[in-house]
Design a binder for this molecule. Structure first.
Ligand code: BTN
Length: 234
C-alpha cells in the first residue's frame, strides 16, 4: 500500500481512473486540493485546502462483494467511527453521507473500472470536511474542526483506513450481516419518515430497516420496498 500525496489535482478519482494500471491494491491517492472535485449525480464537490480528499484503489477481494454500494457503505461506517472516536455525534445518511448536527461533513463517490466484462478495480473517493474556511455546497455542511476535532487530516486518514481495512476483510469473509447492527445504530433516519429519490421517482415512507445486503427497507404505507440505489433528501 502506498499513499501518493498530490498538491493539486482535478479529482483524485479521475487521477486513479487514468492511472489505474500503475496503481496497486490498497494504494491511496490524496490531494491537498482538487480543481474539479466530483460528487454523486454530477454534483461539484467543493475541494478547498483544509479538507481531506482521497481515493482508495481496490483490486483484490472484490469477487465476493455483491454490490459497489456495500463498499461505499463500509467507507461511510469507517468515517463515522473515526469521527465518533473524536467525540463527534456522527450519523450516516443511507447510503453513504456522514452528518453531524444535521449537516454533512463527508461524501463518498465509488466508481468501478471494467476490463471488458471483468471488474478490474473499484475506486472509493472520499471527501471529508476537516478545517476549510469555506465550503461551496448546496447542502448544509460542517467541518470536523468546528465540531471540536483537533486531529489533522493525515491522522484522520490513518484511522479511516484502519477502520475500512478491518471491515473490508469482515465483509469479504462474512458479508454485511456482522456490520449491519452498527450501521443501523449510526443510521440517522431509522424508523423515521423520509423522502427518497430513486432514479426518476420520488418516494415517501418510513425508513424501516437496513437489510442483510445493505439495502434500505422503505415502508410506503404498509408496502415494503427494498432500495439498493437512491438518495435521501435532507
Ligand atoms: C458526494 O457526496 O456526492 C460524494 C463526494 C465525493 C468527493 C470525493 S473527494 C475525493 C474524491 N475525488 C472526487 O472528485 N470526488 C471524491
Amino acid at each position: 500500500m502506498a499513499i501518493i500525496f498530490l498538491d493539486s489535482v482535478t479529482s483524485t478519482n479521475t487521477y486513479c481512473g487514468r492511472n489505474i494500471d500503475n496503481l496497486k491494491h490498497a494504494d491511496i491517492v490524496r490531494a491537498r486540493r482538487q480543481s474539479e472535485g466530483r460528487g454523486r449525480k454530477q454534483r461539484i464537490w467543493s475541494s478547498e485546502e483544509g479538507g481531506l480528499y482521497f481515493s482508495l484503489v481496490l483490486k483484490e477481494g472484490l469477487g465476493g462483494i455483491k454490490t459497489l454500494g456495500l463498499l461505499t457503505q463500509i467507507m461511510a461506517l469507517a468515517v463515522c467511527k473515526t469521527a465518533r472516536r473524536q467525540g463527534v455525534e456522527a450519523y450516516i445518511k443511507w447510503p453513504n453521507d456522514v452528518l453531524s448536527q444535521g449537516r454533512k461533513f463527508c461524501g463518498i463517490l465509488s466508481e468501478a473500472i471494467f476490463d471488458g466484462e471483468k471488474l478490474k478495480a473499484v475506486i472509493i473517493g472520499t471527501g471529508v470536511n476537516v478545517s476549510q474556511d469555506k465550503i461551496n455546497s448546496e447542502k448544509p455542511s460542517i467541518t470536523l474542526r468546528s465540531l471540536g476535532v483537533k486531529k489533522d487530516a493525515e491522522k484522520l486518514l490513518e484511522d479511516i483506513i484502519a477502520n475500512f481495512t478491518a471491515d473490508f476483510s469482515l465483509l469479504n469473509r462474512a458479508g454485511f450481516e456482522p456490520l449491519r447492527a452498527l450501521y443501523k445504530e449510526y443510521f440517522l433516519y431509522l424508523g423515521k419518515p423520509v423522502t427518497m429519490r430513486v432514479f426518476d421517482e420520488e418516494l415517501h415512507g418510513i425508513a424501516e430497516d437496513i437489510d442483510e445486503a445493505g439495502r434500505l427497507v422503505l415502508n410506503e404505507g404498509g408496502k415494503r420496498r427494498l432500495i439498493e440505489i437512491g438518495d435521501m433528501d435532507f
